[in-house]
Design a protein around this ligand. Structure first.
Ligand code: HSE
Length: 412
């Protein structure tokens, strides 16, 4: 009999409790053992909820109970999750988590501590919610050099961008809608400013590079500056704006970034709507593979946590092996990265603006939409970021150019 504890009875924690109870037969069959949820830790009370029978407010009840072999840490945030996780691992209890902040900041250290104590630290649910992506990276795509990982890693922003595109709404209106539906937090910064996606691409790149990618080194832009006008231009060009997390390994080194991209119809990411996530991985032998599914939500995320619990129960007294060293990986700056950007220029003299743009970037086709009178849009050629940004600053002093309204990278 495997005895389990759940740290946190919020959305994911209550989902873990439900998945184990609803799918008990399957979960026990796959684990090879009966399973008992012996404790659920939460500061709150839940009068009338069956969880009351196993609810505790004291973490030490769990820590000091030698019968508890697997702990699901689904509290979120670094404090006190870090201390709790470390204490459990030091006692030889395996920890399964959906906590991307903690995995991104302390994952390598916690994996080492797990190994030193014949336990496991596993985190399938930390990236892409219910989408299996961590385990495939660790156990399936093992014969390849991973050349690229990119994806839609945040459900909330994908929902918002989809709604802006399909219903012609402004950013502020879709944010309110996402908050009303419970997708976005009251303080939505982690999602809309790209921090959540940044933690996730940091985890994926750390696993690909088997070293510590510091999320602070990842250039991160969110969607807060995306307007209905940007979306209208994207649609006029047969594109969708998507917030992408991207990492790439080249001969010179690796880089990673999070930013909104104008995605073309030929990209498999173009069709990923609503709260869905998708992750594309390119291996040097395998080519491209895609993982698609619900990147957030109670049941989907809990399903991934329970899959880790099953793995941990099956791996009793052994460590689930994960190569992720604590050594810091120095990412390359994105300056030398080659990209094309979609640019919107404010102008009251379109012929002069077009002349200046053509002189700087060469022949280009301009996009003019009747709803946006005093502006033009165009795509730059593919250039190094550093050169492109310099050229755009130079453009500002040219006749006919009032302002640069948007600059959004493209993704084919
Ligand atoms: N806020 C996150 C999202 C939850 O919207 O994707 C899952 O990490």
């Amino acid at each position: 009999m495997a005895k389990i504890a759940i740290l946190g009875y919020g959305t994911v924690g209550s989902g873990v409790y439900d998945v184990i109870n609803t799918n008990r037969e399957i979960v026990e069959h796959k684990s090879g053992e009966e399973m008992e949820i012996k404790y659920v830790l939460d500061l709150r009370d839940f009068p009338g909820d069956p969880v009351e029978a196993v609810l505790t407010h004291d973490f030490n009840d769990i820590l000091n109970d030698d019968e508890v072999s697997v702990v699901a840490e689904v509290m979120g945030g670094v404090k006190p999750a870090y201390e709790f996780t470390k204490a459990c691992l030091l006692k030889g209890k395996s920890v399964c988590t959906s906590n991307k902040e903690l995995v991104a900041s302390h994952g390598a250290e916690l994996i080492r501590i797990a190994k030193e104590n014949n336990a496991s630290y596993v985190f399938e649910a930390s990236v892409g919610g219910g989408i299996p992506i961590i385990r495939p990276l660790l156990t399936s795509i093992t014969a390849d050099k991973i050349e690229e990982i990119k994806g839609i890693l945040n459900g909330t922003t994908n929902y918002m961008l989809t709604k802006m595109s399909e219903e012609g709404l402004e950013y502020e209106d879709v944010l309110k809608d996402a908050q009303a539906k419970g997708y976005a937090e009251r303080n939505p910064a982690a999602d809309v400013e790209g921090h959540d996606a940044c933690r996730k691409i940091a985890i994926l790149m750390s696993l690909a590079l088997e070293a510590q990618v510091d999320y602070n080194d990842i250039m991160t832009e969110g969607i807060t500056n995306i307007t209905k006008a940007d979306i209208d231009y994207a649609k006029a060009m047969g594109r969708q704006i998507k917030l992408l997390g991207k990492g790439k390994t080249t001969e010179e080194g690796s880089w990673a970034m999070v930013a909104p991209f104008m995605v073309g119809k030929d990209s498999p990411l173009y069709m990923v709507r609503d709260v869905f996530n998708a992750v594309s991985v390119v291996g040097n032998m395998l080519g491209q593979v895609m993982f698609y599914g619900k990147g957030a939500g109670k049941e989907a995320t809990a399903s991934a946590v329970v899959s880790d619990i099953i793995d941990a129960v099956r791996s009793k007294d052994k460590t689930i092996s994960i190569n992720w060293s604590e050594e810091k990986y120095e990412l390359m700056p994105i300056d030398t990265l080659k990209t094309s950007k979609f640019i919107r220029i404010e102008t009251y003299d379109k012929p002069a603006a077009k002349k200046a743009i053509t002189e700087l970037f060469g022949e280009t086709s301009f996009i003019e939409l009747s709803d946006y009178e005093d502006e033009i849009g165009f795509l730059t050629p593919v250039m190094r970021e550093i050169d492109l940004n310099k050229a755009l600053s130079g453009l500002l002093s040219e006749e006919g150019i009032e302002n640069i309204l948007s600059a959004i990278r493209t993704e084919e």
